[in-house]
Design a protein around this ligand. Structure first.
Ligand code: DGL
Length: 223
């Protein structure tokens, strides 16, 4: 029987977290989910860390008041701004945060050329710098902030000439064509078709959705 406290809450700045929710539902089809996308305040990735932290805590409080057993921060930007403080504030709750799938990319392409696309905030925060330090010795990692892409996805234009044009400008700044692109923002999987079209075939796209879903299952089992 379902109790009042049995939801798995999934949170993002907007629709991006739905790309994680689909993995969660596949990995744990019997669970009940509560999704909150803060589209009214999106994008988060070009805000200050303090603003994102406050918005994330407001969302967490709103979800917790509905009775949840886990909170999945399905937003790389909110994870980098607030995950540490969320865990301190809610020690009895399972709190999971998505992060760019650089580990997965490095395992699949040892010594390869990797590009991490994410919001400006994710890429400038210490959490990503620490991840980067672990993998830049074994791979060539290029960072690619992609301001503007979240707005196109939120606006239903993920697969549009506007998106192609933004992506062309962004990819033109890369030193070389990567072997794989890490989609380090949960909105970007929705633009995967356009990203592959602009990059050309042969570039693998990876995201952290599946890893986050598995980690949530593992942490829930542990709890
Ligand atoms: N979907 C979020 C992420 O994974 C960020 C989108 C935004 O900038 O609001 O980083």
């Amino acid at each position: 029987m379902n109790t009042k406290h049995d939801y798995i809450a999934v949170f993002d700045s907007g629709v991006g977290g739905l790309s994680v929710l689909r993995h969660l539902r596949r990995v744990m089809p019997g669970e009940r989910y509560l999704y909150f996308g803060d589209s009214a305040n999106a994008p988060y990735g070009t805000k200050t860390k303090e603003d994102v932290k406050k918005l994330t805590f407001d969302a967490a409080q709103r979800l917790i008041s509905r009775g949840i057993k886990a909170l999945v921060v399905a937003c790389n930007t909110a994870t980098s701004a607030a995950i540490h403080d969320l865990r301190i504030a809610y020690p009895d709750l399972v709190v999971i945060g998505i992060e760019p799938a650089l580990k997965l990319a490095a395992e699949r392409f040892p010594g390869g050329k990797l590009c991490v696309m994410a919001t400006p905030m994710t890429l400038r925060e210490e959490k990503f710098a620490a991840l980067m330090r672990r993998y830049e010795e074994v791979c060539h990692v290029q960072k690619l902030p992609a301001p503007g892409l979240v707005e196109l996805v939120e606006g239903g234009k993920a697969d549009s000439p506007e998106t192609d044009s933004l992506l062309k400008t962004l990819f033109a700044t890369l030193e070389s064509t990567p072997d794989a692109v890490v989609l380090g923002c949960t909105h970007y999987p929705f633009a995967a078709k356009a990203i592959s079209r602009v990059l050309g075939g042969g570039v693998t796209l990876l995201d952290g959705g599946q890893g986050t879903a598995r980690e949530t299952r593992r942490r829930l089992a542990e709890a």
